[in-house]
Design a protein around this ligand. Structure first.
Ligand code: ADP
Ligand code: MG
Length: 307
């Protein structure tokens, strides 16, 4: 049962006791993550994303609900689950007195990876840390530490990799590199579950997205469906002369109009751009340029979470 799912949780709940306050970090959170995909948990700070990962990693105790990883129940066999997963934590905590090489060897030892099966050098190469293999971790930059943490999570060749805000505070170039690397892990057949509050990251990287806020699931879907839910488009025309007779069929889409610009907001399901252009032509409204804008995940997110 649930063997075809990499990650399955049902009614997962966590309440933290903060002094005398109870914080509901996760509330009846259920999720199904298929094998071999990149799955994004998207939500603002404090949504409960890290709590979700930390429960699965065995770092935080759930209050109630079920967790099942590749068919293994967390309550019954947490140790077996630890072997199946690699977790890259959000915090950049690295023991400053070890070198990357030593840290990976240590980690391999902890996971019982035999010397002949270790891939320390290969992993350091993949993460572009080979030049730093003997440097003290305290001398590594933020981006290098992030990569070292990813490397550390890979030493026991886990089937499922959790990345908690993998590119937070990472510069643009490294972010792109990490995205490529994450995609290549997925191509090798690994399942990736990542959290992010960067909408672009979820949009570019993930096959499926769950939006989480205040410990609750707001919406989940394939990324493409999620984007398809929102079919509003904006088109801006640079017009060549003032419009005297405004086309009646376009009135409901009019967003803004001034002497040289006409902005329409339309629904892709109702009308398409070539129909709009035809109407403008029929009315002899000439334009020199046009620009279109799709609604992005940012505005989708704002809309969903503001209800
Ligand atoms: P996210 O990773 O989405 O930013 P978290 O899972 O870290 O969210 O936090 C969810 C909520 O739980 C927040 O309100 C946070 O303040 C609270 N929280 C997280 N960890 C603890 C903790 N160790 N003790 C008390 N409250 C916590
Ligand atoms: Mg977090």
């Amino acid at each position: 049962m649930k063997k075809n799912l990499a990650i399955f949780t049902e009614n997962l709940s966590k309440i933290y006791n903060k002094k005398n306050n109870k914080v509901k970090a996760l509330e009846n959170f259920s999720i199904n993550i298929p094998n071999g995909c990149i799955y994004g948990l998207l939500g603002p700070n404090g949504a409960g994303k890290s709590t979700f990962i930390n429960i699965i990693a065995g770092l935080v105790k759930k209050n109630s609900g079920r967790v099942n990883i590749t068919g293994i129940d967390l309550d019954k066999n947490p140790i077996e689950i630890r072997k199946k997963i690699g977790v890259v934590p959000q915090e950049l905590n690295i023991d400053p007195f070890f070198t990357p090489y030593e840290l990976l060897e240590l980690q391999a030892g902890l996971y019982g990876v035999k010397k002949q099966d270790r891939k320390t050098i290969q992993i350091l190469k993949n993460m572009q840390l080979i030049d730093k293999k003997n440097a003290y971790a305290r001398n590594l930059s933020g981006g290098m530490r992030r990569r070292l943490l990813i490397a550390k999570a890979l030493v026991h060749n886990p089937d499922i990799i959790f990345l908690d805000e993998p590119t937070a505070g990472v510069d643009v170039e490294l972010r792109m590199n990490l995205w490529e690397y994450i995609k290549s892990l997925c191509k090798q057949g690994k399942t990736i579950c990542l959290t992010t509050h960067y909408l672009e990251e979820a949009e570019k990287l993930c096959d499926y997205i769950t939006i989480i806020d205040n410990g609750k699931k707001i919406i989940e879907d394939k990324k493409d469906n999620l984007l398809n839910l929102f079919t509003k488009r904006i088109v801006e025309f640079e017009i060549e002369c003032k419009i005297v007779n405004f086309p009646i069929n376009l009135k409901k889409y009019l967003k803004n109009q001034n002497h040289n610009k006409l902005t329409l907001e339309y629904d892709k399901k109702e009308i398409n751009l070539s129909e709009i252009i035809k109407i403008l032509n029929d009315y002899k409204i000439l334009f020199s340029e046009l620009k279109t804008f799709d609604e992005d995940l940012e505005s989708i997110f704002l809309k969903i979470t503001s209800d």
